[in-house]
Design a protein around this ligand. Structure first.
Ligand code: FMN
Length: 204
C-alpha cells in the first residue's frame, strides 16, 4: 500500500509555488493508489529545532538515564524517523533559499540521520538503512540554477537521502519564477506536466 509523507518548507504559506506543486503530486498519487495514506509536515510552520548540545546529548544518552526533557527531545526525533520509515513515497517541496535548501529542511535531515538507526558505519563506509522508498523533490527558484555549481540544494538533498538509503529520487524543477509572468507561467506549467507524468508512471 502507498504511504505518502509530504514535507513542505516554503515560508510563503498558501502562496507557495513549491507547496502547490507538491500537493498536486500528492493528490495524484493518492487518486491513483486506492487505500493510500498521507502524513504531512509543514516545516515552515512547525520547524524542528536546530541541533544543539542538549539535543545531541539527549540523543546519545542511554534510555534509562534520560531526563523528561531528554525524552521529549528523543520523541521528537524518533517521530521524524518513524514517519520516513513508514513511508513508501516521500514528497519534498523545497524552494531555493540562498542557493540551498531552507534551513528547516536541513534541520529535518539533522534529525533523520542517526547512526545505528537510519545509517550505520561499515568497513566499506556508511550504509543507509531505509530501503525500498521513492522520493520526489519539487524545487522552485526565482532564477536559473539547474545543474550549475551554485545549486547546493539538489545535490544536498540527493546526498542526504542516499546517505540514509533512499536512492530513488526524482527531481521536478520550476525555475525562473522571478523572471516575469510569462517565464513563470511556462515554468509552472512544465513542472505540472512533469508531475502528472511522474504520477502516471508511478501508478503503472
Ligand atoms: C530567503 C530567500 C532566498 C532566496 N534565494 C534564492 C536563490 O538563491 N536563488 C533563486 O533563484 N531564488 C531564490 N529565492 C527565490 C525563491 O526560490 C522563489 O521565490 C521560489 O519560487 C519560492 O518558492 P515558494 O513559492 O514555494 O515559496 C529566494 C527567496 C527567499 C525568500
Amino acid at each position: 500500500m502507498t504511504r505518502i509523507l509530504e514535507l513542505t518548507t516554503s515560508v510563503a504559506g498558501d502562496a507557495s509555488a513549491s507547496s502547490a506543486l507538491a500537493d498536486r503530486l500528492v493528490r495524484q498519487l493518492l487518486d491513483r493508489s486506492p487505500g493510500a495514506t498521507l502524513v504531512r509536515r509543514d516545516l515552515a510552520r512547525d520547524p524542528l529545532p536546530h541541533l544543539d548540545a542538549a539535543r545531541l546529548a539527549a540523543l546519545a544518552r542511554p534510555a534509562a538515564e534520560r531526563t523528561d526533557a531528554d525524552a521529549r527531545i528523543v520523541a521528537e526525533a524518533d517521530a521524524v524517523i518513524a514517519e520516513v520509515a513508514a513511508a513508501t513515497d516521500i514528497v519534498i517541496a523545497a524552494p531555493m533559499y540562498n542557493f540551498t535548501a531552507p534551513s528547516t529542511l536541513k534541520s529535518w535531515f539533522d534529525h533523520l540521520a542517526r547512526a545505528g538507526v537510519t545509517f550505520r558505519y561499515t568497513a566499506d563506509g556508511p550504509r543507509g538503512l531505509l530501503h525500498g522508498k521513492r522520493a520526489y523533490l519539487v524545487t522552485t527558484r526565482g532564477g536559473l540554477h539547474r545543474g550549475r555549481p551554485e545549486d547546493h540544494l539538489v545535490p544536498y538533498v540527493r546526498t542526504m537521502l542516499g546517505f540514509v538509503g533512499i536512492d530513488a529520487l526524482e527531481v521536478v524543477y520550476a525555475e525562473g519564477l522571478a523572471l516575469g509572468t510569462a517565464p513563470r507561467d511556462a515554468a509552472l506549467a512544465a513542472a505540472r506536466t512533469e508531475i502528472d507524468s511522474i504520477a502516471t508512471r508511478r501508478a503503472a
